[in-house]
Write a protein of this length. Structure first.
Length: 240
């Protein structure tokens, strides 16, 4: 299949984690890890772009052996260990207060998912909560300025200016790269803003329908199974 535009070679690859490198059971695909290492060896910068928290993202970044900055919490936190400090683009206090408001009015667990213990810019509810009811309650409250974004692993409450696409802009400014030089790979609605701000986008198999609708390519392989054939094609094209 044609994974990439003919003759096009990205300078960096922005990669989602949950649902992209992992399957629906949150198990990471080991062949995907090997493929990302192959990209780094070949001189490509790999940027992890995730809704997950900085601590978990850093652990994965370190053990894979990556070099690019990390976009965490859907662009709420942007970081590289070589930087003096992370760039925290929002205060997650209001998002947590919004969760507490929802709990007081609806049958919603305000504590949310486990990783909230490390969140710096947003708050996440369990993915099986009713997102339509939550969205309506937020829209008709003092927290109507917040965004509600559902992925396969959480419902994110966050400031409306936060997105992976905006976080990527911060990273590209740091790296001196243009959006047209970036390949993005993802699976969920929180990847759409990133897909709209890059040169080429690939949705993995098993992605949300709305992501497949805007991706340049939809992989025939499920989740992390996408990476081995994709990276092989990318490396072959870069040698031509």
């Amino acid at each position: 299949m044609q994974w990439l535009p003919e003759g096009w070679k990205p300078k960096a690859i922005a990669v989602d984690i949950d649902g992209t490198l992992t399957d629906e059971n949150k198990k990471i695909n080991t062949e995907a890890i090997e493929a990302l290492r192959d990209l780094e060896v070949a001189g490509f910068t790999v940027i992890l772009a995730t809704g997950n928290v900085r601590a978990i993202t850093y652990g994965l970044w370190r053990f894979i052996g990556l070099s690019g900055p990390m976009i965490c919490e859907n662009g709420g936190v942007v970081w590289h260990p070589d930087w003096a400090a992370p760039i925290v683009r929002a205060d997650g206090t209001r998002a947590k207060q919004a969760a507490e408001m929802l709990a007081s009015k609806l049958n919603v667990n305000a504590e949310g998912i486990t990783t909230n213990a490390w969140r710096e810019s947003e708050w996440c509810l369990f993915p099986d909560e009713d997102v339509d009811v939550i969205s309506n309650a937020i829209a008709n409250s003092e927290f109507s300025d917040l965004s509600v974004v559902k992925t396969g692993f959480a419902i994110h409450l966050m400031e409306s200016h936060l997105s992976k696409g905006e976080g990527l802009k911060v990273v590209l400014d740091k790296l001196g790269l243009a959006p047209s030089e970036i390949l993005a790979i993802g699976d969920a609605p929180n990847d759409i803003s990133m897909f709209k701000n890059v040169g080429h986008s690939i949705a993995v198999g098993g992605c949300f329908n709305e992501v497949a609708a805007i991706a340049d390519v939809v992989s025939p392989y499920m989740h992390g199974e996408t990476f081995a054939p994709l990276v092989k094609a990318l490396l072959n094209q870069s040698r031509q």
